[in-house]
Design a protein around this ligand. Structure first.
Ligand SMILES: [Zn+2]
Length: 589
């Protein structure tokens, strides 16, 4: 370690503190694990007076003025508040991870003996973050560096777990299982919430439920409206940065995009579309809370606030008008705003409302119905439909069968009888043995579902009828005769498109209640249509996936938005079943 004069020694408060500590030591002897005292109560104070290196550069506010209020909001003072919750909805690379990293370290030092965790979406990101960013940051500070790996080097210093003084900080990813899983945490950080499942987030969050001073930080680029980070952001005071112009409240550049862009010759700059002021520095202005009554801190931090060279208006504009770029992604990860292209969404809320018929009721039984089933660990989602004489698809019943054996506990067989199911299509995976047993039990009346992604494949290919040679199903080992292979894109486009074409009719959205686990893992009475079916239907989006930039070749894909929309799959399977059973009797004259 090179000799560095700690600038803190010029600080009177620090010197006083050191003197007090010395006096204490003279009276009581040298404690074995005296924690480094951290008098600061906000992260802004903690960062200001200390010699940090962020990604190997000195810390500098000049280009990051918009981050300062966030660092100030990170106010840790157990005498003054009961914990802290912060939500950041942001563009990519605006400095939020650096904030998270410093906050994590601040907590570790402020609360000796504590344990906090930082979650990222996957293992690779976790390792890079811990080794390439967090470790060099700690090592850049001569006072704190020696605490890494424990005060006497007896602690952990791996990518997953690092000891800082007497505290521990762990780096985890969603879906990752560790032996430290059950250890209660003081604070928890989620970085890039958009790529995490809400259920995983909730499980991880349980770990601060007994924290004496719970700290909960969630940050992410935006996803779709009311989902992902936006769902959390809506519960906060929603602070947007208003850049100064001639208007009274200034301008939120991201929200006025693209009208906030001015182009003159080769020059691209920000301007206010209302007062025409040209904006030289977007960081001059202030945050205004759009929901000031809510106690949780929420910040919106788009790239339009950044002065980084890659975030100049010119660069952002070039990206925006580039036809190769996904427009929706520009809104979400550059402007930090949730966005959904309505053309890309297969089923909209409007479609669902149009298909809702208040005169219908949810049926307890039926004749000649069709069933679709999507399965997961510990539950099956079931959709039961029937062709109407007018050629529509009538939704009869939806159900989530939960438990250890949702295929074999009798309920599914009961549904088969009650609704006189003439045909069922059942997801093959993940519980392959159970689904196969079920289809054997209902021999000839139930098909297992597999997928094909070949463009030429038929929408529904029934193995017991015919199978073109060029079309290999996903699971060649399955020797069972009753298998249907769905071309995923075609099948979902058709089945979900029925709503847009108004070929579906369904009973009122609040007419069916069942006590099941909701999407956050809470067992409670749920409006099955409104809270599950309707939401799931709206979560499938068409996306253009560019295969080759030069040849302009692309492939259309179906992607899910947010958590897994099991009922959208179950619906698709029920439509496949109905197509197999036919639309009733056809009389040939
Ligand atoms: Zn203005």
């Amino acid at each position: 370690m090179p000799a560095v004069v700690d600038p803190r020694l010029a600080n009177r408060a620090v010197l006083n503190m050191a003197a007090t500590r010395l006096k204490h030591r003279m009276t009581h002897g040298l404690p074995q694990s005296e924690a480094l005292a951290i008098p600061e109560t906000t992260l802004a104070q903690f960062v200001h007076g200390r010699p940090w290196q962020i990604d190997r550069h000195p810390f500098n506010w000049d280009r990051h003025q918009y981050l300062l209020p966030l660092y100030q909001a990170f106010h840790v003072a157990p005498d003054e508040n009961a914990g802290l919750s912060i939500i950041v909805q942001k563009g990519a690379q605006v400095g939020a991870s650096t904030f998270g990293m410093l906050a994590l370290l601040f907590l570790a030092l402020k609360f000796p003996g504590s344990w906090s965790a930082y979650f990222l979406p996957d293992q690779a990101m976790t390792h890079i973050f811990s080794s390439n960013r967090f470790k060099p940051l700690v090592e850049s500070n001569p006072t704190i560096a020696p605490l890494l790996g424990g005060e006497r080097g007896e602690g952990d210093n791996s990518n997953r777990l690092r000891t800082v003084g007497r505290s521990s900080v762990s780096f985890g990813y969603m879906g990752g299982r560790t032996s430290t899983e059950s250890i209660p945490l003081l604070g928890i950080f989620f970085d890039e919430v958009r790529r995490m499942e809400p259920l995983d987030i909730n499980l991880a969050q349980e770990r601060i439920s007994h924290s004496p001073y719970p700290i909960d930080v969630k940050m992410s680029t935006a996803g779709y409206p009311q989902q992902d980070i936006h769902a959390y952001f809506l519960k906060t005071n929603q602070q947007y940065f208003h850049t100064d112009c001639h208007c009274h409240d200034g301008i939120v550049l991201a929200e006025e995009w693209p009208q906030c862009i001015g182009v003159q010759g080769a020059e691209v700059f920000y301007r206010c579309p209302k007062c025409s002021a040209v904006i030289e520095n977007p960081q001059i202005g202030r945050y205004i809370a759009h929901a000031p009554d809510k106690p949780i801190h929420g910040f919106h931090m788009p790239q339009t606030l950044s002065l980084a060279p890659l975030h100049q208006p010119q660069k952002l504009w070039e990206k925006y008008i580039d036809p190769q770029q996904d427009r929706g992604e520009f809104y979400r990860s550059t402007l930090g705003l949730p966005y959904i292209d309505r053309e890309a969404q297969l089923v909209t809320e409007e479609d669902l409302i149009a298909c809702e018929n208040p005169d219908l009721t949810w049926e307890k039984e039926g004749i000649n119905c069709s069933l679709g089933l999507d399965q997961m660990g510990q539950f099956n989602d079931v959709v039961i439909i029937k062709h109407t004489p007018r050629g529509k698809f009538r939704l009869m019943h939806i159900e989530r069968i939960e438990g250890d054996d949702p295929f074999g506990d009798g309920r599914l067989d009961e549904l088969m009888k009650r609704y006189d199911i003439s045909h069922a299509c059942v997801d093959l995976n993940p519980n392959y043995n159970e689904s196969l047993r079920f289809c054997k039990r209902w021999y000839g009346r139930a098909h297992l579902v597999t997928y094909s992604s070949t463009d030429r494949a038929d929408m529904f290919a029934w193995r017991d009828r015919r199978r073109p040679k060029d079309q290999t199903p996903n699971d060649p080992e399955v020797k069972f005769k009753f298998v249907v292979t769905l071309q995923r894109y075609k099948a979902m486009d058709y089945a979900l498109g029925l709503f847009r074409e108004r070929l579906v009719e369904m009973p009122p959205r609040r007419g069916l209640v069942q006590t099941v686990h909701d999407e956050h893992g809470v067992l409670r009475p749920v409006f099955m249509a409104e809270e599950l079916f309707w939401k799931h239907m709206q979560r499938m989006v068409r996306q253009k996936h560019v295969l080759d930039d030069d040849q302009l070749t692309f492939k259309m894909q179906m992607v899910k938005v947010g958590p897994d929309p099991h009922l959208a799959f179950a619906w698709t399977y029920s439509v496949a079943s109905a197509s197999r059973s036919g639309g009733g009797r056809v009389t040939i004259l």
